[in-house]
Design a protein. Structure first.
Lengths: 140, 545
């Protein structure tokens, strides 16, 4: 291998290491609980999908800032997505909702406020209707 | 135009049809961009086109949008890219190997079957409103209250035709590469062992098989090594997609004959894993390997200098093949049901293998150009360098989303489809294919492109427009705008507007290219590729027997 090519390979290895170390570390905040600490959730909410509907738990979803919340999403027909969005439309997190499985994700909210839920996976022509504004209330 | 040969004529035919498919795919893309800006903007056009759709009643805007979204990538990838690759490879492989194609009769078969297959898929969307998207997430394609059954059946027949055709093409390429050319011939099994580096591994373990061919060092041109190894991905892709298509077809036919099958017989996560494993062989397999091969061929040809690190890049192609077998999980990073070890290893770390292979590929190509200074910046070289920029930009975006942490906020957003996929396809692959056309047209026709100004306009408008479009939608994705979603109420309108402007600029660039191409070859000569000579009424360019 030409020395210049070898040096370039070292540069590529350095970029690989730096990028992956940073993005696997708690510098990406949710990696702390999604990848490393696996905390016991303070609350668990079950969300059911089916026939283009997102069915939230009776009584709604109310959580506190800083507590660990587990969302368990199930589907009784096709694949959907469970996405949580801020009021400005930016995404907080999401997961796919595969039928026949309990699709679980743990989250910790760091800002109080109201959050919307939208299906993030295409499920048929009426997919875009699957939007629940103000689905989650996060309090101090 | 000078009299051209049989192979040259077929290559030009493939190229012309590929460009027509790019036009159709681009037009669909612009229509969908317009609907993302204003969902109701195309109501007049929809009403007019509905008169051409018998028996479907009054489809909703959403049904039409998602049907178009389903057909769009099929036309773009299997229409434009594959047709261009068929034409280019059918000319270049025999030329570089200095032996004829093994099965010449398959060339027109490939030509027509690909057109029939792609247009069947397109018609399944346009007339049959098939809207399951190319992802075919189980059991959506067999959920017939959402996806019309006849549309599903037609789409799967079209897909099956395309996949069988691709297998025929790969068979013809392998037969040609492996056939005897006065020295020796290889069996397919020997070739396969060599492609995966098994003889080299055996040598390292002290069990050298001296009779085994060595793809890296037996004198084959680098381009042929890339075609051979990339075509393994092509075959796997076609086989997996054909099997998935047949399964869906069987469900459709059973439904039509009042014996519906139970969708629960197939596990959605298993289907998704197998399907993406095969589907990803295009995006992360043959597209990268074929592209690398084309750069390795064109750069030395255009600069007049031997490829820098030629032996290393042959190994890089082998690593690319191995990596492509194990990266599919980056499409399942949003699936919390997928084991975390799979998401980390296959989805993230092995995917970074492509960073190394493409990094070394681009380095070898750029070093070749650098060491060949001063170089003449021909249209083909300019577009080859532009395509490298596209792969770098799309590759970086891809590595950001193929990350178990960052994917949480990028999965299924416009970031993925715009900044990664469309940058790869338009700025990367599209620009590379233009480079091939700029290089091949003078070789095939002995004619040089007439207008340098139009070449420059094509280059800057195409690159600039596609980057503006991808960047605008990528930023919308970073702010939460989903792909595969049509929004009510004009959300993300400023981003969509900028994307439309970018798309229009790229379209203008493409138009400049078409004008230059037709002006160079002559409209009459282009038509003579398809119409009988007697219709042309005189001196068209006859093909040599």
């Amino acid at each position: 291998m030409d020395p210049r090519e070898r040096n370039w390979l070292f540069v590529l290895i350095a970029i690989f290491l730096v990028f992956n170390i940073i993005t696997l570390s708690p510098l990406v905040p949710w990696q702390k609980w999604l990848l490393w600490s696996k905390p016991t959730p303070d609350q668990t909410f079950y969300i059911e999908y089916g026939d283009y509907e997102i069915r939230l738990p009776e009584g709604g979803i109310e959580v506190k800032v800083g507590e660990y919340v587990e969302f368990v999403a199930t589907s009784d027909d096709v694949t959907y997505g469970f996405g949580v969005f801020r009021k400005d439309g930016s995404m907080v997190f999401q997961q796919q909702v595969l039928p026949g499985r309990e699709n679980r994700i743990i989250w910790k909210f760091d800002e109080p406020g109201m959050y919307d839920v939208r299906s993030t996976e295409y499920s048929g022509p009426r997919h875009s209707e699957m939007y629940v504004p103000d689905a989650i209330r996060v309090t101090q | 135009m000078k009299e051209i040969g049989w192979t040259e004529k077929w290559t030009l035919r493939f190229a012309v049809v590929a460009l027509l498919f790019l036009t159709l795919s681009g037009f669909e893309g612009m229509l969908m961009r317009t609907q993302l800006y204003d969902k109701d903007a195309l109501h007049g056009m929809e009403a007019a086109l509905n008169t051409l759709r018998p028996g479907v009643g009054e489809p909703t805007t959403e049904e039409l949008y998602y049907s178009m979204l389903t057909a769009h990538p099929i036309v773009g990838i299997y229409g434009f890219v594959y047709m261009a690759v068929f034409g280019a490879f059918y000319f270049l492989v025999p030329l570089l190997l200095e032996k004829p194609l093994k099965h010449k009769k398959l060339v027109p078969v490939n030509f027509w079957l690909q057109i029939i297959g792609v247009m069947t898929c397109w018609a399944a969307g346009f007339f049959g409103l098939f809207n399951s998207l190319y992802t075919l997430y189980w059991p959506l394609p067999v959920t017939y209250d959402r996806v019309p059954v006849w549309g599903s059946i037609a789409f799967m027949i079209g897909a099956a035709i395309i996949m069988v055709n691709i297998l025929l093409f790969a068979f013809n390429l392998f037969s040609t590469v492996l056939s005897a050319n006065g020295t020796r011939k290889y069996s397919f099994f020997q070739f396969l062992r060599s492609a995966f580096g098994i003889p080299r591994l055996m040598k390292m373990l002290g069990k050298e098989d001296k009779s085994a061919p060595n793809l890296d060092y037996n004198g084959l041109p680098v381009f042929i090594v890339a075609v051979g190894r990339g075509s393994i991905d092509t075959v796997i892709n076609a086989l997996v997609l054909a099997v998935a298509g047949v399964v869906i077809l069987v469900y459709g036919l059973a439904y039509v004959f009042n014996s519906p099958l139970n969708p629960d017989w197939i596990d959605p996560l298993l289907f998704k894993n197998v399907y993406w494993w095969g589907l990803d062989m295009v995006a992360d397999g043959n597209a990268l390997i074929y592209t690398a091969g084309v750069w390795y061929l064109l750069i030395p040809l255009l600069t007049g200098r031997k490829l820098f690190g030629a032996n290393v890049v042959k190994t890089v192609i082998m690593v690319d093949l191995l990596v492509s077998m194990a990266v599919w999980s980056h499409h399942l990073l949003g699936d919390t049901s997928q084991p975390m070890i799979m998401r980390l290893l296959s989805g993230q770390f092995i995917t970074w293998g492509e960073f190394f292979t493409m990094g070394l590929t681009i380095f070898a190509s750029l070093m070749t150009v650098w060491l060949a200074r001063p170089v003449k910046m021909t249209p083909a070289l300019k577009f080859a360098l532009g395509s490298m920029f596209g792969f770098m930009m799309g590759g970086v975006a891809g590595l950001i989303q193929a990350n178990v942490g960052l994917n949480v906020v990028f999965h299924n957003t416009q970031w993925v489809v715009a900044l990664h996929a469309h940058t790869f396809l338009l700025t990367g692959v599209g620009t590379m294919l233009f480079s091939v056309i700029y290089a091949l047209v003078p070789m095939l026709t002995k004619l040089e492109f007439k207008s340098k100004a139009l070449v420059d306009a094509h280059f800057w408008l195409w690159i600039g427009g596609s980057v503006i479009m991808a960047y605008a939608m990528g930023m919308a994705g970073a702010r939460g705008m989903l792909r595969r979603t049509i929004y009510e109420g004009g959300q993300y309108q400023p981003y969509s507007l900028v994307a439309i402007i970018g798309g229009l600029l790229a379209s203008l660039g493409f138009l400049a290219f078409l004008i230059n191409l037709i002006n160079t070859i002559g409209l009459r000569n282009v038509l003579s590729l398809f119409l009988p000579e007697k219709w042309m009424g005189g001196e068209a360019a006859p093909a040599q027997a």
